[in-house]
Design a protein around this ligand. Structure first.
Ligand code: ASP
Length: 320
């Protein structure tokens, strides 16, 4: 017999698969969507094997991990986001604290770190052997390509050498990633969490879409949730996550909304790829990518699942 309650479920990007168990368990126990998405995201953040999120994330241009994260509550439309935060293992929990404890919605860099400290968030070393290796290779590459003397202030010289843009274009394809986790709980409340170490070897201080509500994250109980991975500069320009919710609200089906948002990315005619993860209020899920040859996938669990289910999304090619 139906209880009249919506079914609770959780979904996440390609790198979230095994970590959805934690969130699904919370939902099965009657917990909230906010707790579920935070729990699963925290596991991705502390997993050293993921080179694009939290511990093991690839460093910035100066060899330091700088993390971006955001959380949105679909019931209240309250948000919390942190950008370019260093030295904290779980930026998603700092974002949650901000959402719940502060009158602000976005804190960056030192301000975010001070807030995290005051809130007792877990500090720690984000570097791993692998992330160190990638950074060392970057420095060597910089020396070779720009002919920079090690005694010089090589970063500035590298920028001045004008090889940066060419090199950066290549690099952004090799090292990138973000985790998106969305959920609906048994009360029909939704939440969306996004966390990343951002574009690898980025300029210090660069904020990506993951920290920017509307660009990389949006959630509204009345409509659905949307989040992005990929070159954040593109979703910032299009407010992709909010636009996806707008497309759903005006009547596009979930697949049509995803296609439109990815076509909007192509229309920018810039470099880099974009991917989105979307769910609607009816419990439909979809993922899409602009990247040629890349299969779009996402993972899904509800309270009856034993294992995450792999769902295939859509590839939206650039129009000829
Ligand atoms: N969207 C992230 C950013 O731009 C990175 C990524 O997903 O590749 O910071």
């Amino acid at each position: 017999m139906s209880t009249g309650k919506p079914r609770a479920f959780i979904l996440g990007t390609r790198n979230a698969g095994e970590f959805l168990h934690a969130g699904a368990r919370i939902l099965s126990d009657g917990g909230t969507a906010l707790d579920a998405v935070e729990a699963s995201t925290r596991l991705v953040e502390s997993s050293p094997g993921d080179s694009s999120v939290g511990v093991g994330g690839i460093a910035n241009f100066l060899g330091v991990q700088e993390l971006d994260a955001s959380l949105m509550c679909g019931r209240t439309l309250r948000t919390g986001a942190v950008g370019a935060i260093k030295g904290f293992i779980h930026p998603i929990s700092v974002a949650r604290k901000l959402m719940e404890e502060a009158p602000h919605g976005l804190l960056v860099a030192e301000g975010a770190e001070n807030f995290a400290r005051v809130m007792g968030c877990e500090a720690g070393d984000l570097e791993t052997e692998e992330s160190k290796k990638v950074y060392t290779a970057f420095v060597q590459d910089a020396f070779e390509h720009a002919g920079i003397d090690e005694s010089q202030s090589w970063v500035l010289d590298y920028v001045r050498s004008q090889n940066l843009r060419e090199w950066y274009t290549r690099l952004a394809v090799e090292h990138h990633g973000t985790v998106n986790v969305q959920a609906m709980d048994a009360d029909g409340n939704m939440a969306c969490a996004v966390s990343t170490s951002g574009t690898a070897l980025k300029f210090p201080g660069r904020l990506g879409d993951s920290a920017i509500i509307g660009a990389g994250n949006y959630c509204d109980n009345r409509v659905g949730a949307a989040a992005c991975t990929g070159r954040g500069e593109l979703s910032i320009r299009n407010s992709t996550a909010r636009t996806l919710i707008h497309y759903l609200a005006e009547g596009s089906g979930i697949e049509a909304a995803a296609v439109r948002a990815m076509q909007d990315i192509h229309a920018l005619n810039s470099f880099g790829g974009m991917n989105c993860l979307v769910m609607d209020a009816a419990g439909n899920t979809m993922s899409a990518t602009t990247v040629t040859g890349r299969e779009s996938i996402h993972w899904y669990m509800d309270t009856t699942s034993n294992e995450p289910e792999k769902r295939i999304g859509i590839n939206v090619p650039k129009p000829q």
